[in-house]
Design a protein around this ligand. Structure first.
Ligand code: ATP
Length: 353
């Protein structure tokens, strides 16, 4: 029997509700499969933990997480705490030291889900966005001086390293190569960001030579928003910097029908550290505690986690069940225009499994 140890970090807001649903669904799947077990350990880190202890996670938090095979994460953020504390104190405090440099976000319109794009349906939008996840605009370099004075200054320095850009480009070309269309779009802004992004373009062209079977093109990030909206079929695999992909992937999630559906994986492809899987949505305090959070993004993140753990058959089974649930309007939560509750969707998913 194969055994996988998973650290579950529900975090804040609806993160707690959707991770509970995800753990229930994945446990049921493992029991049905019979070939592997998932051993979940729960960590109550996040904003409530911060209010009790003054830190988002304990000082030895990373040491505690290191032995796990994967991390199943909910969301982080609280209305009464600044975002930079909650984000840097937990999510980024895990992603960066664990070198989860490839953030992967599949986007598809699932059967039964309505896209805000007129006439767009299943198959019109089938993308994988690869986001550089450790440097770029979110490297954390910069500072503030003369606080509160009229001459106050703040800098936010984007960092692009040759090694960092090369490894994300290689990962993106490999991802494109593994998909039927073998087509990659490199998002850039080298017309205005004329140092880091010019190097980004140069390295993309160098790495492309290693992948002669992959076709690729280049898009300025502003024009990319237009192409995603007007010509969604013209895209397949997409690679972008930390900031650009952050924005583009929210657009992608909205175009696919709801923030509640989209999953993401923060991968350390070399497997020196555990990788982390989470829905892309935030804590959504407007609906916290109401029992109506859409758990599909968390189920889909669980599917990506199973793939990463080598449980492809179970991952495929879970994806078919997700598609079945999405297609059933009676199991749509209010964000999809229905009146189902998180618990209904979870029960529906387990029945579909
Ligand atoms: P962040 O933590 O990133 O600041 P947020 O808490 O403001 O995010 P988002 O994730 O950006 O919330 O989502 C925006 C809105 O979309 C939420 O306020 C909520 O109404 C809705 N939403 C997001 N995720 C879900 C979900 N899983 N189920 C139902 N509604 C959702």
């Amino acid at each position: 029997m194969r055994k996988h140890r998973i650290a579950a970090i529900p975090g804040d807001g609806i993160g707690k509700e959707v991770v509970a649903a995800g753990v229930e669904a994945l446990s049921a799947l493992a029991a049905l499969d019979g070939g592997f077990t998932l051993e979940f350990e729960h960590f109550d880190w996040g904003s409530d933990y911060y209010k009790r202890t003054g830190t988002m996670m304990p000082a030895d938090g990373l040491e505690q997480l290191k032995p796990f095979d994967a991390i199943y994460f909910g969301s982080v953020g609280a209305p009464d705490l600044p975002d930079h504390i909650t984000l840097w104190g937990l999510r980024l405090a895990i992603c960066q030291p664990f070198d989860q440099y490839a953030n992967v976000r599949p986007t598809r319109i699932l059967n039964g889900i309505e896209s805000p794009l007129r006439n767009a349906g299943v198959g019109d939008l089938d993308w994988v966005i690869v986001r550089e996840n450790t440097e770029g605009e979110y490297a954390g370099q910069g500072g503030r001086s003369h606080r509160g004075h009229p001459e106050e200054v703040a800098t936010e320095v984007a960092i692009f390293t040759r090694a960092g850009v090369r490894r994300i480009m290689r990962f993106a070309f490999r991802t494109a190569q593994s998909r039927p269309r073998k087509f990659l779009t490199v998002v850039t802004k080298s017309n205005a960001q004329r140092n880091g992004l010019v190097m980004w373009d140069e390295i993309a062209a160098e790495v492309a030579l290693e992948f002669p079977d992959v076709t690729w093109d280049k898009m300025l990030v502003d024009a990319m928003t237009v192409r995603m909206t007007m010509k969604p079929r013209s895209l397949d695999t997409i690679v972008a910097t930390n900031l650009h992909a952050d924005i583009l992937s929210d657009l992608a999630a909205a175009l696919a029908g709801s923030m509640g559906i989209a999953p993401t994986a923060n991968l350390n492809p070399e497997r020196q550290f555990p990788s982390m899987f989470e829905p892309i949505h935030g804590s959504a305090f407007d609906i916290t505690g109401m029992g109506i959070a859409n758990p599909i993004g968390t189920f889909w993140s669980g599917q990506m986690m199973l793939e990463h753990l080598g449980e492809q058959a179970a991952a495929d089974r879970l994806m078919r069940a997700i598609e079945k649930v999405a297609a059933d309007k009676g199991l749509h939560t209010p964000d999809l225009g229905g009146s189902a509750r998180t618990a209904d969707v979870t029960a529906g998913l387990i029945a579909a499994l």
